[in-house]
Design a protein around this ligand. Structure first.
Ligand code: NAD
Length: 305
C-alpha cells in the first residue's frame, strides 16, 4: 500500500516507516524537521520537507501522492511548552491535522492512523487508565490530541474516513530526542554516556508506563489491517518510577554516579499507566519488549552513537 507518514523524520514515526517499508509498503514522509532529523529517514522512503500548517502545500502533496493510508505522527510534543504557548500547540496539532484531513477527504483514502496520547489524555484518575474513562486532558497538548480524535470522528461520520487513534504511554527507544522536556530514558542515557549527572525532578517516586518503540511500531502495522474505528491505548500497564529508570540506566551504563534531585515540577502527574486489553483484543497487540530489555537496547544505542 502507499502510505503517507507525517513526522516520519522523528523518533516514533521513523520506526513506523521502517516497519512499513520492511513489509513492502511504499512510504512517503512529510516533515518540517523542527524536531526530526534526516538521519532518521529510511532511504527507501520518499521525503518531502513541508510544514503541515501550510494548507496549500499539504493539499498539493496529498493530491499528487494519493496515499491509501495516512499515518499522522507530526506534532508539537512538549507538554510544558504547550502550557506556555497553547496557540503554537493548537496551530501544529489541530490546524495541522485539519489541513491533512481537508486534503484527505478529496481522495479515496482507506484509513487514517493517528498518534495520540494516553499519558496526557485521562487526567488524574486511578491507574491503569482505560478507554472507557472520560478523557479529561489537563494540558493544551492533551487537549489538542483529544480535539484531533474528535475531528477524526467527525471526518469518519461525514466523509466515511475510518480512523484509529493510538493513545501511547511514554514511548522510549533509539533515536528519541534527548533534548526535550520528556523522554527521561533518552535524557538520562545521553547525559550519563557524556559523563554528566542527570538531575531527577522531585523525589523520583512519580511513575510512568514505558513502552518500547518497536512495540509501538508494531501497533501501527496491526492497525493497517483492522476494521476497528476509534481509540486504543498502547502501553504496558506497568508503572516504573523515575528513580527506577535512573538506577536501571546507571547500571546498564556501568556507571557509579549518584542520584541528584531538584524541586518538583509543579503540576506534574503523579502516576500514569495504560490498560491495553482493548488493543490486545482488537489488534492482537501486546508489548513484547520488557523494560529491562528495552533499556539495555537504548543504552547500547547511546554507547555506540
Ligand atoms: N514520545 C512519546 O512518548 C509520545 C507519547 C504519546 C504520543 N506521542 C506522539 O507521537 C508522535 C511522534 O512523537 P515523537 O516522540 O516521535 O516526537 P518527535 O518530535 O521525534 O517527532 C515529531 C515529528 O514531527 C515533525 N513535526 C513537528 N511539527 C511539524 C509540522 N508542523 N509540520 C511537519 N512536521 C512536523 C518533527 O520534525 C518530528 O520529526 C507525536 O504526535 C506525539 O504527540 C509521543
Amino acid at each position: 500500500m502507499k502510505i503517507l507518514i507525517t513526522g516520519g523524520a522523528g523518533f516514533i514515526a521513523s520506526h513506523v516507516a521502517d516497519a512499513y517499508i520492511e513489509l513492502g509498503h511504499e512510504v512517503v514522509i512529510i516533515d518540517n524537521l523542527s524536531s526530526g532529523n534526516t538521519a532518521n529517514l529510511n532511504p527507501k522512503a520518499k521525503f518531502i520537507e513541508v510544514d503541515i500548517t501550510d494548507k496549500e502545500k499539504v493539499q498539493a502533496i496529498v493530491r499528487e501522492e494519493r496515499p491509501e493510508i495516512i499515518n499522522h505522527h507530526a506534532a508539537h510534543i512538549q507538554v510544558g511548552y504547550s502550557v506556555k504557548n497553547p496557540q503554537f500547540d493548537a496551530q501544529n496539532n489541530i490546524i495541522g491535522l485539519l489541513n491533512i484531513m481537508e486534503a484527505a477527504k478529496e481522495i479515496p483514502i482507506k484509513k487514517v492512523i493517528m498518534a495520540a496520547t494516553g499519558g496526557a489524555m485521562y487526567g488524574n484518575k486511578i491507574t491503569p487508565f482505560n478507554e472507557e474513562m472520560k478523557a479529561e486532558p489537563l494540558s493544551p497538548y492533551g487537549i489538542s490530541k483529544r480535539a484531533g480524535e474528535l475531528y477524526l470522528n467527525y471526518y469518519h461520520e461525514l466523509y466515511q474516513i475510518p480512523f484509529i487513534s493510538l493513545r501511547y504511554s511514554n514511548v522510549y527507544g533509539p533515536r528519541q530526542n534527548a533534548h526535550g522536556e520528556s523522554g527521561v530514558i533518552a535524557i538520562f542515557s545521553e547525559m550519563i554516556a557524556d559523563g554528566k549527572t542527570p538531575v531527577i525532578n522531585g523525589d523520583g517516586t512519580h511513575t510512568r508506563d514505558y513502552v518500547y518503540v518497536e512495540d509501538v511500531a508494531r501497533a501501527n502495522v496491526l492497525a493497517l489491517n483492522s476494521d476497528f474505528v476509534g481509540e486504543l491505548n498502547i502501553g504496558t500497564t506497568t508503572e516504573i518510577s523515575t528513580n527506577e529508570v535512573f538506577r536501571k540506566v546507571v547500571s546498564e551504563m556501568g556507571s557509579d554516579i549518584k542520584e541528584e534531585h531538584s524541586a518538583e515540577r509543579p503540576g506534574e502527574q503523579v502516576t500514569s499507566s495504560l490498560d491495553y486489553s482493548k488493543a490486545k483484543q482488537i489488534l492482537g497487540w501486546e508489548p513484547q519488549v520488557n523494560f529491562n530489555e528495552g533499556v539495555k537496547r537504548v543504552v547500547a544505542w547511546y554507547k555506540n552513537k
